[in-house]
Structure formats: C-alpha cells, structure tokens
Design a protein around this ligand. Sequence first.
Ligand code: PRT
Ligand code: ZN
Length: 299
Amino acid sequence: MTVEKDSLRLVVQKSGRLTEKSLSLLERSGLVFDWSKDKLFSRCENFPCDLMLVRDDDIPEYVFDGVCELGIVGLNVLQEKMLAQQPKDKSSITILRKLGFGQCRLSIAVPKEFSYDGVQSLAGKRIATSYPQTLSEFLGRNRVEAKVVQISGSVEIAPTLRIADAICDLVSTGKTLISNGLREVEEVLQSQSVLVKTPEPLSKAQERTLDRLLQRIDGVRKAANSKYIMMNAPRAAVESIKDILPGMENPSILSLGGHEDKVAIHAVASENIFWETMERLKAVGASSILVVPIEKIID
Ligand code: PRT
Ligand code: ZN
C-alpha cells in the first residue's frame, strides 16, 4: 500500500526584512524547526511542513514550478515575477492569505524641482526602477509613454546621477525619498507579505495539512488582533457596554453572587482596547475591568 504524501514545503526569505516575521508566524503556529547549519532547508519536527530559505526574488518561481507548495513573499515581488512569467496559459499562483506585515508601497517619485501635474507629466521621461514589469503595466494602463530604465539597487540616486528623470521604488516611511530630494507622486502598488500556493495540484493529504496550517495561521493572526475583556457592571448597563465595544463577540453575562443588579461580563473583543474605551466603560458603571492578550484562537 502506498501512503499518500502529506507533507508540504514552504519557502520563505532567507535573510531580509520578511525573515523574522515569517519565522515568528510559523513559530507561533506551533511549528518547531530543526535548523541545519547552512539554513537552506529545515525539517519541521512536529508538523508536516518543511522550510526552504532563499532570496525573496526566487520565491515566486519555486512556488510556480511546484518545487515548494507554499511561499511567503511580498506582493511587490510576486506581481513583478508573475507579470514576467511567459506561459499565460498555465494557471498561476494563488494568494491564500495577506499576512499583514512587510507593508510598503511601490511609488513613482520625482525630484523636488520637477513640475509634476499628473501622470502625463511622465511622458517621454526616463524612470529608473527594479520593477520594470509592474511599472510598464502601470504606464500602459495610464497610456503614458515613458522609458523604463532597469537598475537593481539604490534606485533613489538615479536622478542625481542623471540616469533617470524619475524613479519607481518601494517606500515605507518615505524617509529615503526625502533624504534624496525626491517627492512621491503616484502609487503604483500597495504591498504586504502574502502566503501563496502553487498552481500544481496537491494530494488530498497535503490539502488536509494545508487546512490545518491555515487554521493555525488564522488563529494566531486573529488572536494577535483580539483581547479578552472582563468586567463587572450594573445589569442595566449591558446594552451601553455592547455599544462601546462593537468588536465584542457574544459576551458571556454571568450573575454575580449576592448582587441581583450586577453582572460579570466576559468577552473576546476583535480589536485593540484603548484606555479611552476603558474610561468610557467605567463611566457607564463598569468596574474591575481587565483586558488580557489572547495567544491562540480556534473557532
Ligand atoms: O536578499 P533578498 O533578495 O532576499 O532581499 P532584498 O534585499 O531584495 O529585500 P528586502 O529584505 O530589503 O525586502 C524584502 C521585502 O520587504 C520587499 O520585497 C518588500 O515586500 C518589503 N518591504 C517593506 C520593503 C520595505 N518595506 C522598504 N522600505 N522593502 C524595501 N524597502 C526599502 C526600499 O527599497 C527603499 O530603499 O527601504 C527603502 C525605503 O524605506 P523608507 O522607510 O525610507 O521609505
Ligand atoms: Zn530581493
């Protein structure tokens, strides 16, 4: 009897901005890896999902070709590589989840002195970028004819070096643009890290592994955004309290021994609870308000 393969391979960035958060998500999902010395491949000790670590630029191809069934990569890198992928007939990578870290935007920026008056101001100009496909697609969509100059690093210095009139690069805080005398004028793409799946078919057993992994990842992410809140309150204030905490799901209302008119309220709130919210709860009569973090959730 042959046993159907149930294990998955997940590829993540080896060393860079997404590495720590990708590994932390997996760790919080309960996966323990047996780290090998070279750190290129790590077997998972307690779940059928092994890890590959590569440069982020290689991740889309590994997943597209089915070398790895899953990957974590920035949407910016994924989109650039997928636009470059020639066989349009082959089904593509699926985005399973947006993971909420590595947020940035791919933007066009021009030198401060460039008189910019809408996207047509870029017509006939040279734009330096490491994202030629995504930029060309944006320019085409906006019917702008500009020259795309592909460079691989330090894109922000291209105007100073007179290699280009404008740039198209990733921005998060915007500090790099400002310190290079540049001004952001168009947003081409909003990006964050995503969990992706190969277009190659998975076995039934692998699908089951994937469902378990997704349940854990969702549980970790939901928990990270949720709080457990407990308080005592006058029975008459329950409705006002529900209004103050709209993210509160099915609160448990418990009688308080010896107090007919008072209850204890326990609930999961699906959003952060700020001091201001607690002050409002107190103002409608709540007391002994406790807010505690949640580690894991399975619905
Ligand atoms: O070695 P490898 O090829 O794996 O890594 P890499 O050097 O290509 O990528 P890395 O680790 O720098 O970034 C990985 C991913 O992080 C990117 O593909 C994005 O999805 C995401 N990310 C999020 C960012 C940024 N924020 C970011 N700010 N990637 C790069 N930057 C750079 C940007 O290129 C610019 O130089 O930071 C600078 C701008 O930052 P601010 O804060 O000054 O605006
Ligand atoms: Zn890279």
